[in-house]
Design a protein around this ligand. Structure first.
Ligand code: SF4
Length: 643
C-alpha cells in the first residue's frame, strides 16, 4: 500500500468519501513527499495553501510507515482546534479507511487529577474554606471520571485548587506511588506506549525535548503542523524565569501562609530541623516580597524592561533559596514517598535560585534578559535569542524525519528565512498552492491615502476609511489590528457612528465565544489583534471581508524581537519584512476557507503599494483582483449579495 494509491481517484479515500471526494493533486504530491522523507530518513518543509487537505496528506504516510516498521511518530499542532480536528475527525475516518492502527492524544500531565495529591489535599486539610464546595464536586467527579482529565469536568474548579490536586512531574512517584494502579496519568501513558501515532501540541513536544524525552514515548519522526509557530514555542522552553508567584507557590506547598499546613506539617518526624525549616519558609516569604518589590521602580512606567546590565537589583533571594534546598535535603524522612517529595521541593528551590542568579548575573551567552510586571505579578526572564543551534542538534540532529508544514512558511517563495531561524540546514522543500480559485473567489482592496502612520490626522483618516468599508459590507467583517490601543480607539468611534453594527471586540469575552457570536450575527464586525490573525477559522458566508489595519511588523520594544534584530546587518529586510509577510499571509488566509467561500481583503495601509518592500507582501498572497477604488470594492460586494 502506498500513499499515492490511497489518494488516487480510484483509491481507498475516494471510495470511502464517495460524493464528498475531491481530487487534489497538491494533496497527493504532499503525501508522496512525506512518504519519501520517512523512507529516506530526511527532513521536509511543505507550505500547503488552504484547502490542500494537508492533515490527511501527512497522516496517511505516517500511519503506513509507523505500522509497517512498527515505530512511532508524533504529530504536533499549535492550536487545540487542529488537535481536536485530528483526533475527532481525521484519525477516526482513517481508521475506517486504513484498518487497524493505534493513536493517542497526549496532553500535559498537569491536566490529570493526581489521586495521591488529591488524597493529601482532602485528608491533610490543605484546602481553604472557600474551596470546600469545589473540593466536594471534584471528589464526586473523581469517583466517576474515566479519564481524570480536567477538560472532562462540567465546571472548572478554581486554578489554585486544581494546582493542588493535579499531577506535577516532579511530585509524581510513578510505579512507586501507592495509587499507581488507579492512576489516570499512568493509564494514559500506557496507551501512548502502544500507539503508532501520538497527537500532541508544540508545547508538549518541546517540554519533552527540554527534559531529554521524559514526557512523550520514544519516537523517530515528527510532523509539526502550524509550523510557523515552532520558533516561539521552542524559545519559551529554553529559557530561565522566576516570578514572585512561583516562589510563593513553592513556599505555600511547604507551609501554606493561610492554612499553616503543607509538606512540612505532614512529615512523620517533626523534629527540630523541621521547626527550623518552618522558620526559614516564613523568612523567605519576606525576602521574596522585598526582592520583587525592588523591581517595582523599574517597571512603574512600562510593564516590560529590557535589562542590559548585571545585578539590576541586589540578589537577596538566591542564597536563602539554596539554604532552604540544603536544609530540606538534610531532613529525616520515614518512608520513600516522603523522601521523594522532600527531594522534589528541594530541587524546585535549587532551580529557582539558579534562575535568579542567571537573570541577575546575566551568565548565559546569547541570551536576552528582561523584567516584566502584570498587576501583582513580577517576573524575571532570560531567553535564548536564537534557538537555531539547539534545534539543529536536539531536533533535526536526533530525529530521523522532521516534517514542518503550514499554510505560511515561505517569504517571497523562499524558505531561507524559516530554515535560518530554526537551524534546519538540509531539507526537501515543497511549495503547494491552494487549490481554491482566488481570481474568482477573492479581491484585494487597498486604501490609497493611508501611508503616513505618524501624521496627526492618521487615526481620523483611518476611521473614515474603515467606516466606508463597513458601510459596504454591513457586517460579516473581521478587522485585524496590530495594537490594542488602535483597536480601542476605532471601536469607540464605530460604536458612536455606526450603531447598527454589532461590534465584537477582543478582550470583552473569551476569543472562542466572540467567534461563536460572530458566526451567528449577520451584521457583526469582529475586532481583534495578535491571536486573531492566525487561529480563526470561519468558513462560509459568516465571514466575507477581512480588514488588515496595518502591515504587521514586529515591534522592536519586545526584548526578544529587539535582541534578534540587533544581531543582523539589515534587520528590517532580514527579519522584520519576512516576519511581517508571514503574519500578513496568515491574516489574508482567514478569508477563503472553502472552495465556495467568496469575499474581499482590505488593506488600510498604503505602504503596501508605495514602499519598495510592499511587493514582498503582494507577491506572497494568491493571485486575485486588486483595486484601490472603493467603487470597485462596492460592486464586488453587490455581486456577492446577488449570488
Ligand atoms: S502515579 Fe503520579 S500522577 Fe499517579 S497518582 Fe501517583 S503521584 Fe499522582
Amino acid at each position: 500500500m502506498n500513499a499515492f494509491k490511497i489518494f488516487s481517484e480510484n483509491g481507498m479515500i475516494a471510495l470511502s468519501m464517495r460524493d464528498n471526494y475531491e481530487h487534489r493533486p497538491q494533496q497527493i504530491e504532499m503525501a508522496a513527499a512525506v512518504e519519501r522523507a520517512l523512507d529516506t530518513k530526511t527532513h521536509l518543509l511543505v507550505e500547503a495553501g488552504t484547502g490542500v487537505g494537508k492533515s490527511l496528506a501527512y497522516l496517511v504516510p505516517l500511519i503506513l510507515w509507523a505500522r509497517d516498521t512498527n515505530q512511532r511518530a508524533v504529530v504536533a499542532t499549535h492550536t487545540k482546534a487542529l488537535q481536536q480536528q485530528l483526533v475527532d475527525k481525521d484519525l477516526p475516518f482513517l481508521k475506517r479507511v486504513l484498518g487497524d492502527f493505534r493513536y493517542a492524544l497526549a496532553v500535559g500531565g498537569e491536566n490529570y487529577l493526581c489521586l495521591r495529591r488529591f488524597d493529601q489535599l482532602r485528608m491533610g486539610d490543605l484546602y481553604e474554606q472557600n474551596e470546600v464546595e469545589h473540593l466536594n464536586r471534584l471528589f464526586a467527579w473523581s469517583a466517576m471520571t474515566r479519564t481524570g482529565l480536567r477538560s472532562d469536568l462540567q465546571a472548572e474548579p478554581p486554578a489554585s485548587l486544581w494546582a493542588k490536586a493535579c499531577r506535577q512531574a516532579d511530585l509524581c512517584f510513578g510505579k512507586d506511588c501507592s495509587f499507581h494502579r488507579d492512576c489516570f496519568y499512568l493509564r494514559a501513558k500506557a496507551i501512548e506506549q502502544q500507539a503508532h501515532l501520538i497527537v500532541a501540541n508544540h508545547h508538549l513536544f518541546f517540554a519533552d525535548m527540554a527534559t531529554g524525552g521524559n514526557v512523550l514515548p520514544f519516537h523517530k519522526a515528527v510532523v509539526f503542523d502550524e509550523a510557523h509557530q515552532v520558533e516561539e514555542v521552542a524559545t519559551d522552553y529554553l529559557g530561565f524565569d522566576v516570578t514572585n508567584f512561583s516562589v510563593r507557590y513553592l513556599l505555600d506547598g511547604l507551609l501554606s501562609q493561610r492554612t499553616r499546613k503543607g509538606l512540612l506539617t505532614r512529615l512523620t518526624v517533626q523534629d527540630h530541623e523541621v521547626l527550623v525549616i518552618r522558620g526559614m519558609v516564613d523568612g523567605l516569604r519576606v525576602v521574596s516580597d522585598n526582592f520583587f518589590l525592588n523591581l517595582h521602580p523599574f517597571l512603574q512606567k512600562e510593564p516590560v524592561l529590557r535589562v542590559r546590565k548585571r545585578n539590576l537589583v541586589p540578589d537577596i533571594l538566591s542564597e536563602p533559596l539554596l539554604e532552604l534546598q540544603d536544609a530540606l535535603l538534610a531532613v529525616s524522612v520515614e518512608n520513600h514517598e516522603e523522601e521523594l517529595e522532600v527531594k522534589a521541593f528541594a530541587a524546585r528551590a535549587g532551580a529557582m535560585a539558579l534562575s535568579v542568579r542567571v537573570n541577575l548575573e546575566q551568565s548565559e551567552e546569547g541570551f536576552v534578559y528582561w523584567a516584566e510586571r502584570e498587576n501583582q505579578r513580577y517576573r524575571l526572564v532570560a531567553s535564548p535569542i536564537d534557538v537555531a543551534d539547539t534545534l539543529r542538534e536536539d531536533l533535526f540532529g536526533k530525529l530521523e524525519t522532521v516534517v514542518l508544514t503550514s499554510a505560511t512558511l515561505s517569504a517571497a517563495a523562499s524558505f531561507s528565512y524559516i530554515k535560518g531561524r530554526l537551524g534546519l540546514d538540509a531539507a526537501t522543500e515543497l511549495l503547494l498552492d491552494s487549490p481554491f480559485d482566488f481570481q474568482n473567489q477573492a479581491m484585494l482592496y487597498i486604501a490609497s491615502n493611508l501611508e503616513d502612520q505618524k501624521a496627526e490626522d492618521f487615526q481620523e483618516k483611518f476611521d473614515h476609511e474603515l467606516r466606508s468599508v463597513l458601510s459596504v459590507t454591513q457586517g460579516r467583517t473581521l478587522v485585524l489590528f496590530t495594537s490594542y490601543g488602535q483597536l480601542r480607539k476605532s471601536a469607540e468611534r464605530l460604536r458612536k457612528e455606526m450603531p447598527d453594527l454589532a461590534l465584537l471586540c477582543q478582550g470583552e469575552m473569551p476569543a472562542y465565544r466572540l467567534v461563536e457570536q460572530f458566526k451567528g450575527i449577520p451584521n457583526a464586525v469582529l475586532l481583534g489583534t495578535a491571536s486573531f490573525w492566525q487561529g480563526i477559522d470561519i468558513p462560509g458566508d459568516a465571514l466575507q471581508c477581512v480588514v488588515i489595519a496595518k502591515l504587521p511588523f514586529a515591534v522592536p520594544d519586545d526584548p526578544i524581537v529587539e535582541a534578534r534584530m540587533e544581531r543582523l546587518k539589515n534587520p528590517f529586510f532580514e527579519f522584520q519584512v519576512p516576519q511581517a509577510t508571514l503574519l500578513f499571509r496568515q491574516g489574508f488566509g482567514r478569508l477563503i476557507r472553502t472552495k465556495t467561500d467568496r469575499g474581499a481583503v482590505v488593506v488600510l495601509d498604503s505602504r503596501i503599494t508605495t514602499k519598495s518592500y510592499g511587493k514582498w507582501f503582494l507577491r506572497s498572497i494568491p493571485k486575485c483582483g486588486i483595486t484601490d477604488k472603493i467603487e470597485e470594492f462596492r460592486k464586488f460586494f453587490e455581486g456577492l449579495r446577488e449570488k
